[in-house]
Design a protein around this ligand. Sequence first.
Ligand SMILES: NS(=O)(=O)c1ccc(NCc2ccco2)cc1
Ligand SMILES: [Zn+2]
Length: 258
Amino acid sequence: MAPWGYEKDNGPAHWHKDCPIANGKNQSPIDLINGEVKYDSGLKPLTAKYVPFSDAKFLNNGHSVQFQPSAGNGSELTGGPLAVKYNFEQFHFHWGNNDTEGSEHRVDGKMYPAELHFVHWNSTNPSFKDAVGSGGPNGLAVLGFFLKVGAENAALKPITDLIPKVKDAGTSVTVPSNFDMQAILPATLTDYYTYDGSLTTPPLAECVKWIVFKQPLEVSAAQMEAFRSVINRDGKPMGGNYRPPCPLHDRAVKTSFK
Ligand SMILES: NS(=O)(=O)c1ccc(NCc2ccco2)cc1
Ligand SMILES: [Zn+2]
């Protein structure tokens, strides 16, 4: 099989051949159906502390554009449904070729034009890769933010301004050290859905505590167009790099809000 992608000949319907877990019972993304979620008063506030990065790259890996600092920089996530501290690994995006599609998770069947994932790994493991392979849903914690078109997102502007420099697969640029990742997050990380799931791309490991925020972030139409100019490994627009929703099976989706 050609390396996995999102086209007809290598997209999500093919992934099970290399990754049989694709048909597992804890796969992501899912459709977050408000009538089926359950408020959990035990969910604590989430705290994300992102410290400035000395050397971070913004790269096009052929299936997304990704912000990746060099190893261990002390940025961490705690609280919410998490029992221990998680280290920040990277953030990346999924988007569509028009405003009616692009997010991986959906809310009552509604798709947003894009979704931003902040990936963290359980600090009781020696590395990110060990956390992915650690078994069970506590290896990674991924924060998911829906993006909708509206006002320009000043916090994301340093990143969306770099997109033309990583238009082609396999390219990367250094991110200016004054980039403030903390500014991307809402002031308080409240109102989220949380459930046990998987990576949404191969290897599709069922190692993720998903935390998806109800309130979308806004980006401008120009910022959305920047994403849509990115090219994938086959020289085609990368837009459409989202996996469709997977069956919930007997999982519960908890909410931090009533
Ligand atoms: N879209 S996502 O947030 O679920 C996500 C996050 C991280 C990876 N990483 C893929 C990987 C490489 C080695 C082991 O694992 C893949 C998907
Ligand atoms: Zn993702």
